[in-house]
Design a protein around this ligand. Structure first.
Ligand SMILES: [Zn+2]
Length: 290
C-alpha cells in the first residue's frame, strides 16, 4: 500500500505540499513523560505489543522566490534508519517526492528543525560501496548553529538520536542560523527552544496569512491541546512548555495554519479555544486548496 503524498495547501501566495516518510513507532511512555498512563491512554491510539504508538513523518515541500525547499527529511533509508518505521517498500520521502516529479537534484534548500534521527534521516544516503553522501546533491542545509554543535558533540543522553551518519556528510553544505533567519523573505527559520536548545520552527508568511511547521514542539496532538503535557523526550521541558504556550496562543489568535510533523498524514490543521478554556486541534483535510 503506497504512502499517500501530495496534500496541497496555501498560505497567502505560498503553496506547499505535505510529503511523507511513512510511519514511525515510538514508546508511548517516553512521549507522554510524567503524564500518568491512565490519562494519556484515553486520548492516544492503541499501543502495539511493544507499548508504542504510531507517529506520522510529515515533511513539507514548497517553492519560494525561485527556491525549492524541503522542510525535514524523516527517518531515512540507510541501514538501520527504518528499524522502527514502516518498511521502505510501503513508500518513503523519496518516493513521495518522485510522485510529484521532484528529484533529489531539484531540492535547493533542506531545513531541519533539529537533528534527532527521525527528522534528518534522508539528509544522507548510502551508496553501493557503503560510503555516505548528501541525498540532495545541490542543496544547502539550513540548521540552527546551537543544534549543529549539540548534534556533533552528543552526550550520554543524546547519543542514541544524534547520529553521525545523518550529519557528518553534510558538514560542508551548511547554512547555520544564529537566531531568527530568513530563508527567503516569506520563509523564516525561528528558534523554538525546549525539545532541544537549538530546536526551531519554520514560519511561512505571505500577505496577511501565516503558517508554522512545528517540528517537535509536540509529538502528539494531545500535547498541543494541553499546556502541561510536555514530552518526556524534551531536553528542557519547562522552556518547551513556555515556547508552546506562546506559540499556540498566537496561532489561535491569528488563525495560523499549523503543520504538525508527527500527526496522522497530512498533519495540517488549525487550533481553536474551547468554551472550557482548552485548545482543540481541527484538522484541515488534504487537498484543501489543491
Ligand atoms: Zn520527532
Amino acid at each position: 500500500m503506497p504512502i499517500p503524498s501530495g496534500a496541497r495547501y496555501q498560505v497567502g501566495r505560498v503553496d506547499f505540499t505535505v510529503v511523507n516518510d511513512g510511519t514511525y513507532w515510538y514508546d508511548a511512555g517516553a512521549i507522554f513523560g510524567v503524564v500518568p498512563r491512565v490519562m494519556w491512554e484515553r486520548v492516544a491510539p492503541p499501543l502495539d505489543e511493544r507499548y508504542r504508538i504510531p507517529l506520522g513523518l510529515n515533511c513539507i515541500l514548497l517553492r519560494s522566490r525561485g527556491k525549492t525547499v524541503l522542510v525535514e527529511t524523516g527517518v531515512g533509508g540507510k541501514p538501520g534508519d527504518r528499524d522502527n518505521a514502516t518498511p521502505a517498500e510501503e513508500g518513503t520521502l523519496l518516493t513521495s517526492l518522485a510522485a510529484l516529479d521532484v528529484a533529489p537534484e531539484d531540492i535547493d534548500v533542506v531545513v531541519n528543525t533539529h537533528l534527532h534521527a527521525d527528522h534528518c534521516g534522508w539528509n544522507t544516503s548510502e551508496g553501493g560501496d557503503g560510503t555516505l553522501h548528501p541525498t540532495f546533491p545541490n542543496a544547502t542545509y539550513v540548521i540552527n548553529a546551537q543544534e549543529w554543535h549539540d548534534a556533533t558533540h552528543p552526550n550520554e543522553r543524546t547519543r542514541a538520536t544524534y547520529l553521525e551518519r545523518n550529519v557528518a556528510p553534510i558538514a560542508d553544505r551548511l547554512e547555520l542560523a544564529d537566531g531568527e533567519h530568513a530563508i527567503t523573505d516569506e520563509l523564516h527559520f525561528v528558534p523554538a527552544p525546549g525539545h532541544t536548545e537549538g530546536h526551531s520552527t519554520v514560519v511561512i508568511r505571505s500577505g496577511q496569512e501565516w503558517g508554522v511547521y512545528l517540528g517537535d514542539l509536540v509529538q502528539h496532538r494531545a500535547q498541543l491541546e494541553r499546556t502541561a503535557w510536555v514530552s518526556g523526550l524534551d531536553i528542557l521541558p519547562l522552556v518547551s512548555m513556555e515556547t508552546k504556550r506562546q506559540l499556540v496562543d498566537r496561532c489561535i489568535e491569528e488563525q495560523a495554519l499549523v503543520i504538525f510533523c508527527h500527526g496522522d498524514y497530512p498533519g495540517v490543521g488549525r487550533l481553536e479555544r474551547t468554551e472550557q478554556g482548552y485548545r482543540r486541534w481541527v484538522g484541515v483535510g488534504d487537498g484543501a486548496t489543491g
